[in-house]
Design a protein around this ligand. Structure first.
Ligand SMILES: [Zn+2]
Length: 510
C-alpha cells in the first residue's frame, strides 16, 4: 500500500503525520481492549530472535493478540481460550451473572451497558470505568495530536470535526463529533478514529472497539458511486417486509466515499481487513442525520485480484466463472453497505426506546450482516428493474456474491460476517437458488430462483430485527449456520488461495 505524500504541501504532510501518530496510540489502546494479555506476549517475542519467534510476532501483530481471528480465535501461543468479552469485562464474567447484576442494580445499568466503558469487579460487585480513564495513557496524547492536526488544516468543516473528536476522545461523548464528521465537506482527507464497532464484544455485543483509518479521497471514483445513496428512501420502501415496519418519513442521507488509506489501526487493522464500512453506529445520529459510507479501494482491488477470482476458478461452475468480476464484487459491497442504512433501527412498538442491537444482543451483528447482504442483493434487482443498472448485471451480482460467500466463510464459523454468509449459503441452497454439482464439485446459481429466494431471506431477517425477536433469531441461526460436508470439502480445495490480505503501508513523506 504505497503512498507518495511528497506532492502534498508541507502543512498537509505534518497533518497526516499527526493523524497517523494519533492512530498508532489508539491502536495500542485497542490491543488493551481486545487482548490485554497479548501485549506482554508481543513485547517478549519482540525481544527474541529467531525464525519461529519472528513468525509468531507477525501472527500476534496481524491478529491484535494471540488468537487467530480467522480460525475461530484459536490461541496459537498457549492454550488459554479467548474470553468472549475480550478485555472489556472480567475474563470470568458470564452473561448470566452480568444480566443478573444489571437486573438487581438498575441504576448502574446505563454505565455498565455503555459502549464506551469497561466492566471491572469491585468489592464483590461490578463497576464501569469510562474508556477515557481506562486508556488515558493513549487517549490523552492522541487527542493532543488531533488538536495539532486541526490547526494544520484549512478546511473549516474538517477542522471543526477534529476539534470535536479530540474532545470526544477525552469525554467518551461522541455524538457531536459524529454529527460534525457527517458535515465534513470538500476535504480530500478524512479520518476514522473512534470506538465504533462492537464485534469484539462476544459476551454482550455492547462494547465498541477503537478503529482508525487515515484516508485520502478518490474524488472521481466517489462521484460514480455516490448517486446510489440518493435512492435510500426508495430502497427502504422496496424492502420485502410489512409496510408498518418501514421508515417512510426518515430523512436519510448516506454519501459514499471511495478512499485509499495510508494507515489503519485498531479492530480494522487486525484479522479480517475491511473494504467498506457504514458509520457512525450511534442510533441517535443515524436516525436524525444518516450515515457516511466508506469504501477502501486499495483493499477492494487487492481482495478481488488475490482472493475472490482464485476462489471462483476453483469452485464456481465453469460456465458461470465469467460472471465473477471486480465490478460485481464492488457493486455488491456498495449495496451491502447501503443496506446497513435501511431497515429497522428500533424494535417496532417500543416507541424508539429499544434498539434492535439491544434486543438481539450477541446475535445482532450476525443478523445485521446477513440482512445487509440479503437486502443488498434484493435492492440490486430494484435498480435493474428500474433500468438504472443493465440487465446483464443480474447474473454478475449473483455469481460474484456466491464467490464472495466462500471467501467470507473461510474465516471462521463464529465471526459475524462469516456466520451471516454461511446462513445465506445454506438458506439459498435449500431454496434451490444455489446448486452444488456432486460430479464436478462446483457451485452455480439458478438464476430464476435467486431473486425470490433472496427476497424471502431478506424478509425473514428484517422481521427478526423489526420485532426484536431474540428466540426467533437463535432458532434461525441454529438452523442455517451449520457447516455441511459439501461446504467443508469445497473450503478444503481453497488451501492454496490466501485467506486475506495483509496491508503493508509504505508512505513517502516530504
Ligand atoms: Zn456489513
Amino acid at each position: 500500500m504505497k503512498f507518495d505524500a511528497r506532492g502534498l504541501s508541507q502543512q498537509t504532510n505534518e497533518m497526516l503525520k499527526a493523524l497517523t501518530e494519533a492512530g498508532q496510540l489508539l491502536h495500542e489502546a485497542y490491543l488493551y481492549q481486545y487482548a490485554p494479555e497479548g501485549i506482554a506476549i508481543r513485547d517478549s517475542l519482540g525481544r527474541q530472535d529467531g525464525d519461529l519467534s519472528n513468525k509468531l510476532l507477525r501472527l500476534v501483530e496481524r491478529n491484535g493478540g494471540p488468537y487467530d481471528k480467522m480460525d475461530d480465535f484459536t490461541n496459537f501461543v498457549n492454550n488459554n481460550p479467548k474470553p468472549p468479552g475480550s478485555g472489556f469485562y472480567p475474563a470470568d464474567l458470564t452473561k448470566e451473572e452480568f444480566e443478573g447484576y444489571l437486573a438487581r442494580y438498575m441504576h448502574r445499568s446505563k454505565a455498565l451497558m455503555s459502549p464506551y466503558t469497561v466492566v471491572r469487579r469491585d468489592n464483590g460487585g461490578l463497576k464501569a470505568i469510562p474508556f477515557h480513564e481506562e486508556y488515558a495513557r493513549y487517549v490523552v496524547p492522541a487527542a493532543e495530536l488531533l488538536k495539532k492536526a486541526s490547526r494544520l488544516t484549512d478546511n473549516v468543516s474538517f477542522k471543526k470535526f477534529l476539534e470535536l473528536r479530540a474532545e470526544a476522545l477525552l469525554t467518551d461523548d461522541y455524538t457531536e463529533s459524529h454529527l460534525a464528521w457527517l458535515e465534513v465537506v470538500d476535504s480530500d482527507i478524512d479520518l476514522l478514529m473512534a470506538p465504533d464497532e462492537v464485534y469484539d464484544d462476544g459476551l454482550m455485543g455492547l462494547k465498541a472497539s477503537y478503529e482508525v483509518s487515515v484516508m485520502l479521497k478518490d474524488s472521481a471514483a466517489s462521484a460514480k458511486v455516490d448517486f446510489f445513496g440518493s435512492y435510500l428512501n426508495e430502497l427502504e420502501m422496496n424492502l420485502p417486509i410489512d409496510e408498518k415496519y418501514k421508515r417512510p418519513s426518515a430523512i436519510l442521507k448516506s454519501p459514499m466515499y471511495v478512499v485509499n488509506d495510508i494507515f489503519r489501526g485498531g479492530d480494522i487493522a487486525t484479522g479480517y481487513q475491511a473494504v467498506a464500512t457504514t458509520l457512525p453506529n450511534d442510533p441517535i445520529v443515524r436516525n436524525t442525520k444518516g450515515t457516511k459510507i466508506i469504501f477502501w479501494k486499495n483493499m477492494m482491488v487487492a481482495r478481488v485480484e488475490k482472493i475472490i477470482l482464485p476462489i471462483a476458478y476453483e469452485l464456481i461452475s465453469s460456465d458461470q466463472i465469467g460472471f465473477v468480476t471486480t465490478q460485481g464484487v464492488f457493486s455488491n459491497t456498495i449495496m451491502h453497505e447501503l443496506c446497513h442504512s435501511v431497515g429497522p433501527i428500533y424494535v417496532h412498538g417500543t416507541g424508539e426506546t429499544i434498539s434492535v442491537n439491544e434486543a438481539l444482543k450477541e446475535h445482532y451483528t450476525t443478523i445485521e450482516e446477513a440482512k445487509a447482504d440479503a437486502a443488498g442483493l434484493h435492492s440490486m434487482r430494484y435498480f435493474i428493474r428500474k433500468g438504472i443498472l443493465g440487465k446483464e448485471m443480474e447474473q454478475i451480482h449473483a455469481v460474484s456474491a456466491l464467490a464472495s460467500i466462500f471467501r467470507t466463510i473461510r474465516f471462521s464459523t463464529t465471526e459475524a460476517h462469516a456466520k451471516a454468509s454461511l446462513c445465506a449459503l445454506n438458506y439459498l441452497r435449500n431454496a434451490n437458488a444455489i446448486r452444488f454439482d456432486q460430479n464436478t464439485k462446483r457451485w452455480s446459481v439458478i438464476f430464476d430462483r435467486f431473486g425470490p429466494a433472496v427476497a424471502d431471506l431478506a424478509g425473514e431477517l428484517l422481521l427478526l430485527e423489526a420485532t426484536g425477536d431474540f428466540e426467533g433469531t437463535e432458532k434461525f441461526l441454529n438452523r442455517w449456520s451449520v457447516m455441511s460436508v459439501d461446504v467443508e470439502q469445497s473450503l478444503r480445495r481453497l488451501n492454496h488461495v490466501p485467506v486475506d490480505i495483509e496491508p503493508v503501508y509504505d508512505v513517502k513523506w516530504k
